[in-house]
Design a protein around this ligand. Structure first.
Ligand code: PLP
Length: 433
């Protein structure tokens, strides 16, 4: 009935998440409110890990891409689940280290890491630094030399596969700000160079082909391209590349239009193809890393809002205004992302209205969605937007000086605040006269 399996309707006709009445959460903590289901997050982690065990003998690491949703509580959950972690900034790395996340299970990404970030990663012995370009390699080697350390790196490669949508395209010269190109020989030259660097250990290669991907084929194709390159490196340079990072991007169900495949199917097909190619090309089966972000966090989250005014424009549309908007969920404004909406206090009723949900910012484009089917909605109702666990809180801003909502975590039918609601005092905290 709902896009996420932890959602249901109770006897009062209220929407529940993880068995908890969402209208009670709204009353207790106020709105807007991010609600994350810890039990579902853990279930997602386990199913990725189980697939890795079943189809690839556990010879891999599932790294949660923390940019999807990052806070101390989330890093701690990942730590407890035995996951690896992707970070893309000093702030994300700092958050992970603050809960004692083991640095050897952290991958540090980004196309423009600063010297300060690289030094911070080295100082803390981050397990894998994913190097994006030669300029970065040179700086990292220099910094490692200065501090007498060695850096374990993976190279980010553009495999020439673009899969940001329901289908994928193979391009000759992929236009992306990330990584080294294969077809121009740029990647091969970079490998040669890394092998000569005194303080660099090239442990693996990385690719990430997009996000919200529903087909398995582009992932299989990417693995083929990458293994081809690993074989070439072995044949021509005699170097063994031990690790292959296949990135994230697994699609989730935002609305009934989406039909994601199970992670199990993905691991089954990709593992089979990896084993096949390794046997054919006589290369060692690499240790595999995958980096799911959205698929772990998004289905576990909902956002609760209080409905304000309703504006019926006859023959045009009906606007429903909420007490949040693009500040806490910029995804519609950014890329017209689709969501399901439910009136939480009337969740048992049929959806008989179609509305445009508007935020409270001074922007016409501040919408959460257009043409959204909902139950009959009135001022004072609690509106739930579903599957907002990824790229909502992490992308939130203080536009219009609106404080960020609190994040509440659900576990075993209990709720607790894991990120406090911002106050007006927080808004002016760094202001000086
Ligand atoms: C964003 C990102 C991910 C996670 O992508 P999802 O679509 O959230 O699974 C993984 N790896 C890299 C390098 C990324 O940039």
């Amino acid at each position: 009935m709902f896009v996420s399996k932890n959602l249901s309707v109770n006897e009062q006709g209220h929407l529940t998440a993880g068995g908890v009445d969402t209208t009670e959460l709204a009353a207790k903590y106020g709105t807007p409110l991010y609600v994350m289901d810890e039990d579902l997050i853990r279930e997602h982690c386990r199913s990725f890990k189980e697939s890795m065990d079943r189809y690839y003998g556990g010879e891999g690491l599932v790294c949660y891409a923390s940019k999807a949703f990052c806070c101390k509580a989330m890093c701690k959950i990942m730590l407890e689940e035995g996951m690896g972690l992707d970070v893309v900034s000093e702030g994300e790395l700092y958050t992970a280290l603050s809960v004692g996340f083991p640095a050897d299970r952290i991958c540090f990404h980004g196309n423009n890491k600063t010297d300060r970030e690289l030094a911070y990663a080295l100082e803390n012995n981050v397990g894998r630094i994913i190097v994006d370009n030669i300029y970065e390699l040179d700086r990292l080697n220099g910094l490692a030399e200065e501090t007498g350390r060695n850096a374990n790196i993976m190279y980010r490669i553009k495999p020439g596969i673009d899969a940001h949508t329901h289908n994928f395209i193979m391009t000759g010269q992929i236009d992306s700000k990330f990584g080294f190109a294969l077809e121009t020989g740029e990647a091969f030259e970079a490998v040669k160079k890394a092998l000569k660097c005194s303080h660099i250990r090239l442990v693996g290669l990385h690719c990430h082909i997009g996000s919200q991907i529903f087909d398995i084929d582009p992932f299989v194709k990417a693995a083929e391209v990458m293994l081809d390159f690993i074989a070439k490196i072995k044949e021509e340079l005699g170097a063994e590349i031990g690790e292959l990072n296949l990135g994230g991007g697994f699609g989730i169900k935002y609305t009934d239009e989406d039909s994601p495949v199970s992670y199990d199917k993905y691991m089954e097909k990709v593992s089979a193809r990896v084993k096949e190619i390794c046997a054919e090309r006589k290369i060692k089966q690499p240790f595999i890393l995958i980096e799911p972000g959205r698929s772990i966090a998004a289905p576990a989250g909902i956002t609760l809002y209080t409905v304000g005014g309703k504006k019926v424009i006859p023959g045009i549309r009906t606007y429903v205004s909420i007490d949040g908007g693009m500040g806490d969920n910029p995804r519609y404004a950014l890329y017209q992302s689709k969501y399901d909406a439910v009136v939480a206090n009337k969740a048992g009723e049929p959806k008989t209205e179609t509305v445009t949900v508007a935020g409270k910012c001074c922007e016409t484009g501040d919408l959460i969605g257009e043409g959204m089917p909902v139950q009959p909605v009135e001022p004072g109702d609690i509106l739930a937007i579903l599957a907002t666990g990824a790229y909502n809180y992490s992308m939130s801003s203080n536009y219009n000086r609106i404080p960020k909502p609190a994040v509440v975590m659900l576990h075993n039918g209990e709720s607790r605040v894991v990120v406090k609601r911002e106050t007006n005092e927080d808004i002016i905290r760094n202001d000086l006269l």
